[in-house]
Design a binder for this molecule. Structure first.
Ligand code: PGA
Length: 244
């Protein structure tokens, strides 16, 4: 169960969130619980989760370890600050910051090389769904962004299926729609990395997940978790999702 905080919260707000949130998920051993704050708030988040089961992730990384890349952050830097996860290829990165399947692969490889667990995002836009192209979009994203990994590398990856039209819009995919996409992604994994790996791969759903719809989504056999934006910003709300 992962929270993507996008460009929200100051350091003080980050600390205040964890003071409230940590006790609410203290016994939530059924799930890994991850929060991905902004880069500048990673130290505050890492300090706040000391001694808890909550893990911290970045929202992006660059694929070089260091260099003259103004404004970028590397995998080793995320690792050094105490992050264990990193989101790669979120649709907002693809839409506003020029992310492509090829750069998703480079970032994923860089995350793995740094010892971070990538949460790699895939998902179709509204016009792609409406024109019946959801599966071909997912296959292109999988082939370009993930199929190039070795089996050992792929074993460290979690995939997030996030239909772009459901992000921040209040429109959730119906559990059946989400389940269909998850099943398709698991078939892609099975075809490339084998059925054993496919059964073990964590595929998270994202897109307007809320306390009141998480249960029906999580009831679908191929939905293993959630990547939550808006509803992860508030402690009671995100803890209700974790503890669905
Ligand atoms: P949302 O965002 O839950 O606010 O729709 C999900 C995401 O972008 O990961």
């Amino acid at each position: 169960m992962a929270g993507n905080w996008k460009m929200y919260k100051t350091a003080a707000e980050t600390t205040a969130f964890f003071v409230k949130f940590a006790p609410l998920v203290e016994k939530s051993e059924h799930a890994d619980v991850v929060i991905c704050p902004t880069f500048v708030n990673l130290p505050a988040a890492v300090a706040a989760v000391q001694g808890t089961r909550i893990e911290i992730g970045g929202q992006n990384l660059y694929w070089k370890n260091e260099g003259a890349f103004t404004g970028e952050i590397s995998g080793p830097m995320l690792k050094a600050v105490g992050a264990q996860w990193v989101i790669v290829g979120h649709s907002e990165r693809r839409q506003y910051f020029g992310e492509t399947d090829a750069t998703v692969l480079q970032r994923t490889l860089a995350a793995l090389a740094a010892g971070l667990k990538p949460i790699v995002c895939v998902g179709e836009r509204l016009e792609e769904r409406e024109s019946g192209n959801t599966e071909s979009v997912l296959k292109t994203q999988f082939d370009g962004g993930l199929a190039g990994l070795s089996p050992e590398q792929f074993a460290q990856v979690a995939i997030a299926y996030e239909p772009v039209w459901a992000i921040g819009t209040g429109k959730t995919a119906t559990p059946e729609m989400a389940a269909g996409a998850h099943r398709f992604i698991r078939e892609l994994v099975a075809a490339k990395f084998g059925t054993e790996q496919a059964a073990k791969t964590r595929i998270l759903y994202g897109g307007s997940v809320k306390p009141d719809n998480v249960r029906s989504l999580m009831a679908q056999p191929d939905i293993d978790g959630a990547l939550v934006g808006g509803a992860s910003l508030e402690a009671v709300s995100f803890s209700s999702i974790v503890n669905f």
